[in-house]
Design a protein around this ligand. Structure first.
Ligand SMILES: *Cc1c(COP(=O)(O)O)cnc(C)c1O
Length: 392
């Protein structure tokens, strides 16, 4: 089945949907049983899609889990109330005191905070590595290293990693490999074919796609599914059926939305590439993006999220650039239908294995589903404000 067909058909088994198109919202805490025998059966099959207790999920959840697991290419998907919860849930399921974690230097900032604060306090040590380290990762693996964590492309600076090489070396040392796969979503790369053991999604972004639900998923291969599922259950992770219903609805249009985000973003990126003020683009589909060759090899498409670096700019000029936009709104997150803009400073403080030259300002854009010509006109006015502020 091709991915567009999968997006339309997965998770619609009649045992969950009862024949309607979208699996309905089954809200539940208590599930009641008619006999001891029925209760024993439900208990024995509580991890296999049998109704047991609300925290284990309902048909609404089971249908969505089946769809995500198959799209990602794993065997099972655990659900979490946010992408960050999926990341901490996956890490805490496989790390204990005395263990060592290898974390990519360009990781999403809250993931870095988790390592430096909570994991550190639990006696789990983190070393950061250059996203482009390649085979050099071998030298960083210690006898107590347990997990290699990847995020590709990296947050904000967008370095694309050589995922197959990193995972191959990690497996020579029996590490568990985890990938924050949010940028690709479950449709634009094949994490399990590249050697990833656990693929994580901030479903908050493109899967939900409408900026109105927080949700995370972690999908595991056969070897890691039981541990991930049971440890997440022990940590009490569960999600509301209403949120899952919205995410399942978002999933149906993921393919067409992503294709349009990509098309619009390429048009805006090509405009920016011609601007004299722009030093370079950090868009995985452009040669100026570190790791661009891995994007070409491992991804089937891009999306609406990328950054660009200006040759120069002070605080006033960057403020003038991002304030007063008509269509781009300032805000965190991305993956909804709307365009967003952020002028990001202090990146050098979030890099410990690599260096970032903060003398050149970086702007991150999420290109939404507006007409890209309107977005380009908005950016042209931003450059006018920027120049006026630079000359002031
Ligand atoms: C947004 C994001 C997260 C966190 O997801 P939340 O649902 O906001 O907790 C994790 N990783 C990446 C790459 C993200 O962009």
């Amino acid at each position: 089945m091709k991915k567009a067909t999968k997006l339309v058909s997965l998770g619609r088994d009649k045992k969950w949907s009862k024949g309607v198109i979208n699996p309905p919202v089954f809200r539940a805490s208590t599930v009641v049983f008619d006999s001891m025998e029925q209760m024993r059966h439900a208990t024995a099959n509580r991890a296999k899609g049998e109704m047991f207790y609300g925290r284990r999920g309902t048909p609404t959840h089971f249908a969505f889990q089946a769809a995500i697991a198959e799209l990602e290419g794993g065997v099972g998907t655990a659900l979490y109330p946010s992408g960050s919860a999926a990341i901490s849930g996956a890490l805490l399921s496989f790390l204990k005191a005395g263990d060592h974690l290898l974390m990519v230097d360009s990781v999403y900032e809250p993931t870095r905070d988790l390592c430096d604060k909570l994991l550190q306090g639990l006696g789990i040590e983190t070393s950061y590595y250059d996203p482009l380290i390649g085979t050099g990762i071998r030298e960083l693996i210690r006898p107590n290293t347990k997990v290699l964590f990847l995020e590709s492309p990296g947050s904000i600076t967008m370095e694309v990693q050589d995922v197959p090489t990193l995972c191959r070396i990690a497996h020579e040392h029996q590490l568990v490999t985890m990938l924050d796969n949010t940028w690709a979503s479950p449709i634009n790369c094949r994490p399990f074919e590249m050697g990833v053991d656990i693929s994580i999604q901030a479903a908050t972004k493109y899967i939900v796609g409408h900026s109105d639900v927080m949700l995370g998923t972690a999908t595991a291969n056969e070897a890691h599914w039981d541990t991930l599922r049971e440890n997440s259950y022990l940590m009490g992770q569960c999600t509301s059926a209403d949120d899952i219903f919205l995410a399942a609805r978002g999933l149906r249009t993921l393919g067409v939305r992503m294709a349009q985000h990509e098309k619009n973003a390429l048009k805006v990126a090509n405009f920016l590439a011609q601007r004299p003020e722009v030093d370079h683009l950090r868009h995985p589909a452009f040669a100026s993006c570190p790791g661009h060759e891995f994007f070409l090899r491992d991804f089937s498409a891009a999306n609406g999220l990328f950054s660009f670096v200006l040759k120069e700019g002070n605080r006033q000029a960057m403020t003038a650039f991002v304030e007063g936009m008509e269509h781009f709104k300032m805000g965190f997150s991305w993956g909804g239908f709307e365009s967003l803009i952020l002028a990001i400073s202090g990146i050098e403080k979030l890099r410990t294995a690599t260096q970032w030259d903060s003398s050149k300002p970086l702007v991150r854009l999420h290109i939404g589903l507006e007409d890209p010509d309107d977005l380009i006109a908005d950016l042209e006015r931003a450059f006018e404000r920027y120049h006026a502020a630079m000359q002031a």
